[in-house]
Design a binder for this molecule. Structure first.
Ligand code: NAD
Length: 252
């Protein structure tokens, strides 16, 4: 098992990619803390983990709230006294398909708070635990649109910022044996899209997108979970400050 005896905090653990990642990490021996604003959803994921023989617990938190992030990490520190792995997955696009002229200040703030601020605050609090123990693996969720995307202006800006923030903490924390890397998936098949678009529009959109990717399909949540596992494991002990595109060759 590649994460035996590790404590891993996975945010967004109730969601499509987060739930796959939490289950994958538990199968690899980690004790997983499933952080999400959706406590019921995270509890269902924990039930699956336990059924599969894994261990973990749910931590309900709105990760855009500084106080809730600080409380989450201090409870975690009190309970375990350590934290080896942080995977920041919680996020989403709150202003999709807006034109330049339609960029909305409130939705922009939501995008920056949900994608960037939550990640920065979690890394800050994790660093306080990881530095003294001289070990840490941070994995942050960017997106292939870090390269830019018309129609996802403020979301892609937040995901580009995740990459530069990840590089900055990789430089700052390397001497404490802490690595920080970013994941950049292309389109991933998650229920949230099917719910938002409806099954027919989702099918048309995902098939058209898959046809443009060299590998001829979109990503599964497991494709992303396995990349997160790589960065979180000691196989990636000498890799830091990198972004890994999980894209089936899209935008090469
Ligand atoms: N699905 C894709 O195609 C895709 C592609 C690239 C990047 N991403 C990124 O992957 C991450 C996960 O996306 P997903 O597709 O699994 O979406 P999802 O909607 O299934 O999961 C997002 C999770 O974040 C949680 N969350 C939302 N607001 C929160 C808050 N304030 N505090 C705590 N938790 C909160 C939600 O409850 C949900 O469980 C996101 O950061 C997203 O931007 C997704």
């Amino acid at each position: 098992m590649r994460l035996a005896d590790k404590i891993a905090l996975v945010t967004g653990a109730a969601g499509g990619i987060g739930s796959s990642t939490a289950r994958c990490f538990a199968r690899e021996g980690a004790r997983v803390v499933l952080a999400d604003i959706d406590v019921e959803g995270a509890s269902r994921v924990l039930d699956q983990i336990v059924l599969e023989g894994g261990e973990g617990r749910v931590a309900g938190a709105d990760l855009t709230s500084e106080k809730e992030v600080v409380d989450l990490f201090s409870e975690l520190h009190e309970e375990f006294g350590r934290l080896e792995i942080l995977v920041n997955i919680a996020g989403g696009d709150f202003d999709p398909m807006a034109s330049v002229e339609e960029i909305d200040a409130e939705r922009m703030t939501r995008n920056l708070d949900m994608n960037l601020k939550s990640c920065v605050l979690c890394c800050r609090e994790a660093a306080k635990i990881m530095k003294p123990q001289r070990y840490g693996r941070m994995v942050n969720m960017s997106s292939l649109v870090w390269r830019g995307s018309p129609g996802q202006f403020t979301y892609s800006a937040s995901k580009g910022a995740i990459y530069s923030f990840t590089r900055s903490i990789a430089i700052a924390l390397g001497s404490s044996n802490i690595t920080a890397n970013a994941l950049a998936p292309a389109l991933v098949e998650v229920d949230a899209f099917v719910r938002a678009l409806g099954p027919e529009r989702w099918k048309a959109m995902s098939e058209a997108t898959a046809a443009r990717y060299p590998l001829g399909r979109i990503a599964t949540p497991d494709d992303v979970a396995k990349a997160a596992l790589f960065f979180a494991s000691d196989d990636a002990a000498f890799i830091t400050g990198q972004i890994l595109e999980i894209s089936g060759g899209a935008r090469l």
